[in-house]
Structures are given as C-alpha cells and as structure tokens.
Design a protein around this ligand. Structure first.
Ligand code: AHR
Length: 326
C-alpha cells in the first residue's frame, strides 16, 4: 500500500475532525511515522527535440519513483512562460524549484524572488547568467563548450582540416547555442582552412533545421559547403531531408557532425547519412533528484556538476544502436 492509499484510508476512518488533523500533519508512511512528500516545481524548456523528450521522461519517471510531488510546467521555448511558472511555484510554496532555462539572461529578478521566499533553486541542463551565483544552489548539465570543441575536432578529422562549414545554430541566446559555437570556433581557429561560411538558427527543431538547410542550399556559394555542423541531432536530421530532396548525398557530399546522440542520429549514421554525433546526455533525472533531495535537506552540494559524455562515429553506430536508451 502506498502512502497516498494510507492517506485516503485515514480520511474515511477519522471523520471531519480527524480529517483536519490529517490535512495539517500530512500523510503517514507504513511505519506510521508522519512523512511529507517533497514538492518540486520543474519548468522545462519545451518539447523541441528528441533530446528534450528523453530529458522530460527521465525527470518525470525519477520523480514518480521517489514519490516526489512534481509540479511540471512546459515553457514551450518561451522565457516569459518560464518566469510565470517560477512565480507560480513561489506562490505555491514548493520545497525546491528546478528548471532548464530557455535562454541564459533575464532570470535574475525571479531568482531573487525565490531566494527571498527561501526556496532553493537547482538548474538542470542549461545555465543562466546572473551577477549573484548564490541565486541557485547547483547547476547540473553538460559542458557545452567542450561539446563544441569535440565537434570541431571531428570536422578536422573528417576533412583533413579543410572545411567550409554551414552551421545550424540552436535557440538564439540559449546556453548550448552560445557555448557550442564558442567551443567549435576555438578549435577551428587552429585550422586556417576551416571556416564557417553560413550560420543561422534552426531553433533546435527538425522542421527549422530542414527549412534553414533548404535556404543554405539555395545560397550562391552553396556548392562550397562540404560540412554541416548542427548544434543538435534533430536539426541535422531535418537538414538530411533537405539535402536528399536537393539530390545531395548527406554524409558523403556534405559531411555532417551534430550533437546529442539520440537514436535517430545513430540510425542515420548506420545508413551512412550522418558522420559523427557528440553525446549530450539527457538522462539527468536520477542525479538531479539526488541533488534536489540534498538541497531540500539543507545539505551542501557542489555548485556545478558536469555530466560525462562520449563521441560516436559512423563505424560504431550499428553496435551502439541497440544499447541507446534515448
Ligand atoms: O540544452 C540541451 C539541448 O537542448 C539539446 O542539445 C537539444 O537537442 C535540446 O533541445
């Protein structure tokens, strides 16, 4: 019998005066000790990519496994929705607020409100830019700059350092778009014959990735493109469609390096259409809730937790595919 069942049974047995007592004291665990569910407000970026779907699933299933009362809100890629959701979490008096910020800037005022209300904040996946680092307890997520560096190293390997790169950038102003570009350009600077000849945002979605690639392929210098660097797999998969419709062989005529490591990317690699995916692990649920529980218990946590990730090439795709969890 779970705690919720015990809670309901208590209500039916004790009548109205008892009901008040139960409501005040909360539910009872099987050992009859009072227990209070941890209430966590989580504001998610949206549902823009396969990565995000896997991330949401990991968070929801981990919360359910631990009996956490998760108040989940989807910001649909809009910062204003996210700020609104965080304000509601503050008004509800949740124990901990966690969120994956759509963009880096603009969160300082609402984070100050959370601090004033005494509600700790944990950042998941993406960072914010704030002048006061104590506005959040911890940030768990990938090193996006390193992912960009890894992608550029793969481009150099694939092309012998001679690359005219078309770049599909992620959501403008988001930490992964800013940092992946930064890391990529840092490595590219070491190769005089590697340059970005086109760059535009595809907002991390497959549809936008396709649309922007179609535009790239219509540009006067389109025939110079020999590499596509996509800030995520979904945009690369959209771009692959655009290339095929234009009679271009993806992965052959234009080498493709992208980031995430979702199953669709492994399938495309197996088919020879994508060359490399740099992993960005979305399965943050277990680690995230370890941190949230520690923060709720008033324990010290590291201010930054970096997730461990790899790089996968075409030759590894067939063997790796059955093992992919997302
Ligand atoms: O913040 C992580 C990025 O967001 C992933 O690379 C992308 O697929 C997602 O939409």
């Amino acid at each position: 019998m779970n705690k919720r069942t015990i809670f309901h049974r208590s209500i039916s047995l004790v009548g109205l005066s008892g009901l008040i007592a139960v409501v005040v004291t909360g539910a009872f665990a099987e050992d009859n000790k009072p227990s209070k569910k941890l209430v966590v407000g989580f504001s998610q970026v949206g549902a823009e990519s396969g990565w995000r779907t896997a991330n949401t699933e990991s968070i929801k299933s981990e919360a359910a496994k631990r009996g956490v009362d998760l108040r989940f809100s989807d910001a649909q890629q809009k910062e204003e929705n996210q700020i609104k959701a965080i304000r509601s979490f503050i008004a509800e008096g949740v124990d901990v607020i966690a969120f994956s910020p759509v963009v880096e800037t603009g969160f300082e005022p609402v984070l100050q409100e959370a601090k004033k209300a005494g509600i700790p904040v944990v950042l998941s996946d993406r960072a914010v830019k704030v002048s006061d680092p104590s506005l959040y307890k911890c940030f768990i997520g990938s090193d996006f700059i390193e992912e960009g560096r890894r992608a550029a190293n793969e481009v150099a390997k694939l092309t012998g350092g001679k690359a005219n790169v078309a770049e599909l950038v992620g959501t403008v102003g988001s930490a992964p778009a800013i940092d992946r570009k930064k890391g990529f350009e840092e490595v590219m600077a070491k190769y005089p014959d590697m340059k970005i000849i086109m760059s535009q945002s595809g907002d991390f979605t497959r549809a936008k990735g396709k649309e922007v690639m179609e535009a790239f392929l219509k540009a006067p210098n389109a025939k110079d493109i020999n590499v596509l660097f996509a800030h995520n797999d979904d945009m690369a998969l959209g771009a692959i469609q655009a290339m095929e419709e234009a009679g271009i062989k993806p992965g052959v005529d234009i080498k493709i390096v992208s980031i995430d490591g979702v199953r669709g990317a492994f399938e495309a690699m197996k088919d020879g259409k994508l060359n490399v995916t740099v992993e960005c692990n979305p399965l943050l649920g277990p680690q995230l809730f370890d941190l949230i529980e520690a923060v709720a218990a008033g324990k010290e946590v590291p201010h930054r937790v970096v997730t461990q990730e790899g790089v996968y090439e075409q030759s590894q795709a067939a063997a790796e595919l059955p093992k992919r969890q997302y």
